[in-house]
Write a protein that binds this ligand. Sequence first.
Ligand code: PGA
Length: 233
Amino acid sequence: MSTNIPPKLIIANWKANKNVAEALQWLEQWKQQEPREHYHYVLCPAYPLLPFMLDLLQLDPPVSLGVQDLSNYPAGAYTGEVNAHNLNNLGVEFAILGHSERRRYLQETAQQVAQKAQLALDNQITPVICIDQEQMENQHAALQAVLNKQQMSKLIIAYEPVHAISTFGGQEDPLPKTLSTIEQFKKLFGQKTPVLYGGNVNPENSLKYLNATEIDGVLVGSASLNAAQLASL
Ligand code: PGA
């Protein structure tokens, strides 16, 4: 990075899309792109795709790897779970936790999200906690109940209004509301906590969010499935 401007985080959430062949095709397309300066990209594919995406870590600039969830159980006899320990040596630096699809379809609770955050931090993985405005206080309290002050300071928050997520309607959040909600998040979690915006971010509207100094980055679903679209945010 040539200047001191802190990079904006662009976190790509592939959700349960793509198989190995499709992921490798995306990787080849990504290598043809000229991603923007001052953006730090993080790709969160489905678990089985991670070993196929390790090339991303070697690119200039590198793309970091993340996951879309983690078990709230530690390593051990928990059939079907994937925990932070399982991910050792797969280059995973970030974990999206508490996504609204998981809260809605799998009834994930604020307490479970907090346990997952603790296990992620214990394994040097940075939690990216997805929270809508009305969950803010409750999720903050659940996190504070299990994390110490230093761990709290390592969290990244993604403000994701449920109605804005393309799965649930994709109704764009007006910028003034985004900014005032982000201010509330920063008051509660600390001014230094990075707060991202997520919900139907695409090449047409991305700069509206990314040019705002108050917004530390974006969490992108659908648009990230296409390498050219992700690079043109
Ligand atoms: P979307 O997904 O960009 O497709 O709305 C965002 C998200 O679910 O985090």
